[in-house]
Design a protein around this ligand. Sequence first.
Ligand SMILES: [Zn+2]
Ligand SMILES: [Zn+2]
Length: 271
Amino acid sequence: MIQADYHLHSCFSSDSETQIKDIIETAVLKGFDTICLTDHHDIDFPVDKNGFDFQLDTPAYWNTMTKLRDEYKDKLDIRIGVELGLMSHISDEAAAYANAYPFDFIIGSSHLVNLVDPYYPEYYEGRTETEAYRAYFESILENVKAIKTYDVYGHLDYVVRYGPTKNLNFKFSDYAEVFEALLKIIIQDGKGIEINTDGLYKGLGYPHPHMDILKLYKSLGGEIITVGSDAHITDKLGYGFDMAEQYLLEAGFSYYTVFKNRTPEYRRLGV
Ligand SMILES: [Zn+2]
Ligand SMILES: [Zn+2]
């Protein structure tokens, strides 16, 4: 049973209104023994149509988190993380930010390609879905070449949530060489990836990433893998973790990972 949710958003993220205290209380009620908050910080994010800028008020976040971590220390092992938006042109700023606070855990994620969010239809205009997906995956390759200040790469196939036909026509073989290149760098750099169960409640039928990507990661020697719900509301905390555990076991993993002080700790699956 996986009792650690390592991808959670609160009202410190532009796109969530959830109080951190409610997340903590929910985690305790659901029987989790550790959680890691990972609110959004996207350097150089153009304010979007919803008025979101995804800039984390990190001093206030830090202050709130450290107080709650102490308050709940007998009930829940609370760790402090961030979901840092990565783009190759902000590598210096990302490194400076990552080193400015003693985070337990940093998810590096792609939310923009050439400053356009694949969440919006404009991203897909003027090109095929396959071209649009390829551009997203190739941007991850550029990011992992340029940036080393993250612990796991988030939702590797995020783009398939939002394409015109979502994952209906997604074929791993169309992008296999891009995934092989980027996963090799992630592994060589001592980083990992995550299972993100948001894919389940966004209608993909499986968590991120697709099983073929997960199996490739395993076959290349990948061991570091965290599990997160990407919840923006308390109802989704720990969503689909039973399925995520089966998914990991099916891909050949025996352990999942949690982080403290940016250092991986391994926990056995299937117990
Ligand atoms: Zn994300
Ligand atoms: Zn997220």
